[in-house]
Design a protein around this ligand. Structure first.
Ligand code: PHE
Length: 357
């Protein structure tokens, strides 16, 4: 028994890893292990022999088991130490520039737009992306039967079984923020509201989620002339040029009267989009004078106040400014694309410091 003990204690001490230790365990105290077989022999012994050998064998088994357990723990600690040593990382090393993230063009352009309108006295307002159909449609003078509801390819949420209330929608435009802000702040007012909007549409220039920035100015005496000036100032500042040609097209929106859509002159030659040249026009925004019914829905007296509003596609103007041909790539999360079109994180756009690069 002493031989067995010495043999296994020294083998256990020398085990190189947990697998070797497990082999030893099976060999010693496993079902057919050497010590287990010895215990089976107890049955063949006389009662006296058994009384002497039994406790000693049990003690030996316990001793081997605790040696195995102690060694196992030591091996585990050593494995963890080795792993910690292998994965050690010096967080004080300087950053590798190639691993730096970039600011997405949408975020960059949102910041640029915000900087330009802030300079003209516009504050930033926000509203929810899951919107009630009252804010998204009714309050904007789009009643239930109006074709604009169908035209917008609206995503609807589901109500629970038996719940008869109209479903919420993913907002199809940022215009509901007009209503919310007028309700909360009253007149006068000057805000922009950038954010995500949703429509079921998908091709080179449409994605089911895209970005708009809403503009709203409410004053006692304000007209289309103010709207036109603000938009021209914006476009010049945004594209960082003096000569961008805009086209105001008479149009119709239920929430503005009169209404105009604004296109920007551009070219698609060679697959790259260029602003201010060429014979193509790209629609970048809808606009007009706020409809009296919209003021009324927002508890603003239309006989005392009037205003202009516009809604612009942020993705569109980002494509135009930075020559990005396919809108869908904006949302692919392709790192090569992001490195190519992204912006350095610390280049915050300001009017004085320069909007881009
Ligand atoms: N909400 C309109 C759209 O998404 C744009 C718009 C906003 C038009 C404000 C006029 C005034 O198409």
């Amino acid at each position: 028994m002493d031989d067995l003990r010495d043999k296994y204690i020294s083998l256990i001490a020398g085990a190189a890893d947990e697998a070797a230790l497990e082999d030893l365990r099976v060999q010693a105290v496993g079902k057919k292990g050497e010590i287990s077989l010895k215990m089976r022999e107890l049955g063949k012994m006389s009662a006296e022999e058994r009384q002497a050998a039994g406790p000693r064998l049990n003690a030996l088994k316990d001793e081997i088991n605790s040696a195995l357990a102690a060694k196992k723990e030591a091996l585990g600690d050593a494995a963890l130490d080795a792993r910690l040593r292998g994965e050690w990382l010096d967080v004080t090393l300087p950053v590798r520039p190639r691993r730096q993230g970039t600011i997405h063009p949408i975020s960059q352009v949102t910041e640029e737009v915000t900087a330009i309108f802030a300079d003209m006295g516009f504050a930033v307002a926000e509203g929810p992306q899951i919107e009630s159909d009252w804010y998204n449609f009714d309050a904007l003078n789009i009643p239930g039967h109006h074709p604009a509801r169908a035209e917008m390819d609206t995503f609807y949420t589901h109500r629970g079984e038996g719940d008869e209330r109209p479903p919420h929608v993913l907002r199809t435009h940022t215009s509901p923020v007009q209503i919310r802000t007028m309700q909360e702040q009253g007149a006068p007012l000057r805000i922009i509201a950038p954010g995500r909007v949703y429509r079921a549409d998908y091709d080179m220039t449409h994605t089911p989620m895209f970005h708009q920035v809403e503009g709203l100015a409410i004053e006692r005496d304000i007209s289309m002339a103010n709207l036109k000036w603000v938009l021209e100032e914006f476009v010049k500042a945004f594209f960082e040029v003096d000569d961008v040609e805009l086209r105001f097209r008479a149009s119709h929106f239920p929430f503005t009267e009169p209404s105009a859509e604004v296109d920007i002159r551009c070219s698609w030659e060679g697959g790259t989009l260029k602003v201010g040249e060429g014979d193509d026009w790209l629609e970048i925004l809808g606009s007009g004078m706020v409809h009296p019914k919209v003021l009324e829905a927002s508890k603003i007296d239309p006989s005392a106040w009037q205003g202009f509003a516009f809604g612009m596609g942020i993705d569109r103007i980002a494509m135009l400014k930075y020559g990005i041909p396919d809108l869908r790539a904006f949302f692919d999360s392709d790192l090569r694309w992001l490195r190519h079109y992204g912006f350095a994180a610390l280049d915050v756009p300001t009017l004085r410091g320069g909007l881009s690069r």
